[in-house]
Ligand binder design. Sequence first.
Ligand code: AP5
Length: 249
Amino acid sequence: MSGARTSRPKEQIRFIATIVLLGPPGAGKGTQAKRIAERYHIPRISLGDLLRHIAAGNADPGRQIKEFIARGELVPDHVVFEVIAQRLRHTDCSRGFVMDGFPRTRTQACWLDSFLERDFPASSRGRHAVPIVILIQVDPDHLLLRLAGRRVCPSCGRTYNIYLQPPRAREVCDLDGSKLTRRDDDREEVVRARLVSYELETRPVAEYYRRKGQLFTVDGNLPVDQVTGQIVGVIEKRVKFIEDFDVAR
Ligand code: AP5
C-alpha cells in the first residue's frame, strides 16, 4: 500500500444548498439542473420525471397522474407532496439538492418552506431553510420551438433538440445509440395548456420568492453554457454568503 491519502474534491464535501429552478415549460430547467447536479455532486430532483415514472405503471395513482400530465394540468397536491417528501428524505439530499418542477404553486412553495424548516437533521436544517431560487427567463416565442424539437434518450435521459441541439446522427443518442423519443405532453395543444398553467399558477411563485428576497433571475435565451455560467455565478455567491455567515456565528 502506498499510504497516500485520497482526499475528496471540495465540491464533493461542502454544503451547497437547496436550489430551486423556476421557469416556463421549455425554459431549460431540466437541462440546467442536470449540469448543476453534476458540477456539485448533489442530486437533481425532477418532479416531472418522478411523476412520469409513477405514471408508467398501470395501477393507481399512476393512471390518474398520467391523465393530468396528458392534459397539461398540475397533478393534485396530495399526490405531489407525498412523492416529493419521500424523495427529499433520502440521505443524498443532506448537502443540498437541485429541484426542477417544484414548487409550482404558492401552496407548494409554502409547503416546501415548512418542510425545509422542519424535516432536515438539526445540523443542516438552518442552512437548508433558505432556498436559492433561480428563475430562468425565456422569450415566449422560443418556447414552442424548444418543446416541439425536444427529444430525450430513453436510456441515459440526455435531452436534445432537433432544431437547436441536434444529435450527431438523426434521432439517435450520441452517448449510447438509443433511438430518441418525444414526450407525449410536447404535442402543441398540450404545450399550450402547460403554458397557461404556468402563467396562472407558477408565475405567482416567482413573486412569492421575490418578496422574500430569495429570487435570482438569469437570461435563459442565451446558449446553454452561458446560462449555466450565470446559474453557477448565483450559486457561488449565495453559498459563500452562507459559509461566511456560519464562520461569523
Ligand atoms: P415537467 O416535466 O416539470 O415539465 P415542464 O415544467 O413543463 O418543463 P419541461 O420539462 O417541459 O421543460 P424544461 O424547462 O425542463 O426544459 P428542458 O431543459 O427540457 O412537468 C410535466 C408535467 O408534470 C406537468 O405538466 C404536470 O402535469 C406535472 N407536474 C410536474 N411538476 C408538478 C408539480 N410541482 N405539481 C403538479 N404537477 C406537476 O429544455 C427544453 C428544450 O430546449 C430541450 O430540447 C433543450 O435541449 C432545449 N434547450 C434548453 N436550454 C436551451 C438553451 N439555452 N438554448 C437552446 N435550447 C435549449
